[in-house]
Design a protein around this ligand. Structure first.
Ligand SMILES: N[C@@H](CCC(=O)N[C@@H](CS)C(=O)NCC(=O)O)C(=O)O
Length: 220
């Protein structure tokens, strides 16, 4: 029996989807976020960084959503339901698996932080300066890069049903979290291929079962 250490409203949703997709039995251990939205210290008893997701199976503890998906693919995926076996599909799978946390999520986290900084308590005369600096970073650095990322995803999904090509894979699971995060703050009207992909994701039985157990991401 797997234990999925799940922080509410978090990336662990990806792993619940993968476990459901592979029909593996698991128990969800839920952790509530602290008032500042960070993880409770109790998660550090499971892994030193205390970030979710963390998956445990007997004496094995795996952190990092990409590494967890790879672990499940290597050890519990005889039918290649998570990791495709064709050369081209595998290349796409690998690219998007890494892209999600390497190129996409850092921009979303930066955006969240730079939007949050000016709302924090500070001397009143500093606030407008903090706001101006943060807006400058958002407009000149984060948004242009985020727009490039979204355009690249849209282009890929215009000609690929799933991120790795024809079949749903771990790459869709990994990409689902940042796309849901974007979709939670803006409409995907400008990105019809991404919107159709998200609709297909939500139609998956395994996805619905996962959401039934751990919920779907919603903005803080
Ligand atoms: N790259 C890691 C990121 C893990 C991560 O930052 N998880 C967030 C939840 S979405 C977390 O635990 N945040 C709480 C905190 O930073 O205190 C992964 O993909 O697993």
């Amino acid at each position: 029996m797997f234990v999925l250490h799940h922080l509410e409203n978090s990336r662990s949703q990806r792993i619940a989807w993968a476990l459901e997709h592979l029909c593996l039995p698991y128990e969800v251990k839920l952790y509530q976020r602290k008032a500042d939205n960070t993880a409770p210290d109790s998660l550090k008893h499971v892994h030193p960084l205390g970030h979710a997701p963390i998956l445990q199976m007997e004496e094995v503890t795996v952190a990092e959503s990409g590494a967890i998906l790879e672990f499940l693919a290597d050890e519990y995926d005889a039918e290649n339901k998570l990791k495709p076996d064709g050369k081209v599909a595998l290349r796409k799978y690998r690219y998007w698996m890494h892209f999600a946390e390497g190129s996409f999520m850092p921009l979303l986290v930066m955006l969240l932080l730079f939007k949050k900084i000016p709302t924090q308590p500070m001397p009143f005369f500093i606030k407008p300066i903090a706001k101006a600096i943060c807006n400058k970073v958002i407009d000149s650095f984060i948004l242009p890069r985020l727009n490039d990322v979204l355009a690249l995803i849209e282009k890929h999904l215009e000609v690929n049903h799933w991120f790795a090509g024809e079949k749903v894979s771990g790459a869709d699971m990994q990409m689902s979290f940042p796309i849901l995060a974007v979709n939670s703050v803006q409409t995907l009207e400008q990105f019809p291929a991404m919107a159709s992909w998200l609709a297909r994701v939500r139609e998956q039985d395994s996805y619905q079962r996962a959401v039934g157990k751990v919920g779907e991401f919603s903005p803080f």
